[in-house]
Design a protein around this ligand. Structure first.
Ligand SMILES: O=C(O)c1ccccc1N[C@@H]1O[C@H](COP(=O)(O)O)[C@@H](O)[C@H]1O
Length: 213
């Protein structure tokens, strides 16, 4: 079963829609330059809507230890998503479970990256875009080597129309979407969130039919 993360939520209605649609994780962007940025206080208020077993994820880009601490104080049970130029030492310093984003440009050595960030819970694959991420761009999935890390999160330009193909081809542990469930930059749609989650479930059912007949 493919896990689902919906990222960049800023409004209560969209957190509720994501939970209702069956999302496993909800991402809050703690990166001031993003159109989806929330303050720790706002993230704390939104995270109160999360039931048990839905994980809050805090997305950071080259944050200071103080910024990371403020995020952790607001969301003590959050999984950290490092989405900038952080080194393995930067990621380990917080002594917290984390995802590390990789920008999948041609020639990028994902196997080496995965071994450098071996303490990551998963490597999150995104397209190389200006501004680090959240650009709604798909990368070339054939760049993913078969021997890449066991837990991969596929992201980058996913939407209800292409996520099934991504699941069939990459077989990721999880998928992550932001732009693909928005009506305009930074503005989420409850309907698109539901359509995305339904498309993931359909792809999983198709895979299961292929495997088990
Ligand atoms: O969402 C942002 O604004 C953002 C800013 C900086 C780094 C990452 C960001 N978002 C993450 O990027 C990937 C792909 O997003 P998209 O679906 O292509 O829009 C995803 O993990 C977002 O959480």
């Amino acid at each position: 079963m493919t896990r689902i993360k919906i990222c960049g939520l800023t409004q209560e209605a969209h957190v509720e829609a994501a939970v209702e649609a069956g999302a496993d994780a909800i991402g809050f962007v703690f990166y001031a330059k993003s159109k989806r940025a929330v303050t720790p206080e706002r993230a704390k208020a939104l995270a109160r809507l999360l039931p048990p077993f839905v994980t809050p994820v805090g997305l950071f880009v080259n944050a200071t230890d103080g910024e990371l601490q403020a995020g952790l104080e607001a969301l003590p049970n959050m999984l950290i998503q490092f989405h900038g130029d952080e080194t393995p030492a930067d990621c380990d310093r917080m002594k917290r479970p984390y995802l590390r984003a990789a920008a999948m440009a041609p020639g990028f050595d994902l196997v080496d990256f995965g071994s450098r960030f071996s303490s990551a819970q998963a490597i999150l694959l995104d397209a190389p875009v200006e501004g680090y991420g959240g650009g709604g761009k798909v990368f070339d999935w054939s760049l993913i080597p078969p021997s890449a890390a066991s837990h991969l999160v596929l992201s980058g330009g996913l939407n209800a129309a292409n996520v099934g193909d991504g699941i069939a081809r990459v077989r990721p542990w999880a998928v992550d979407v932001s732009s693909g469930v928005e009506v305009s930059k930074g503005i989420k749609s409850a309907d698109l969130i539901h359509e995305f989650c339904n498309a993931v479930r359909r792809a999983d059912a198709e895979l299961s039919r292929e495997i088990h007949g």
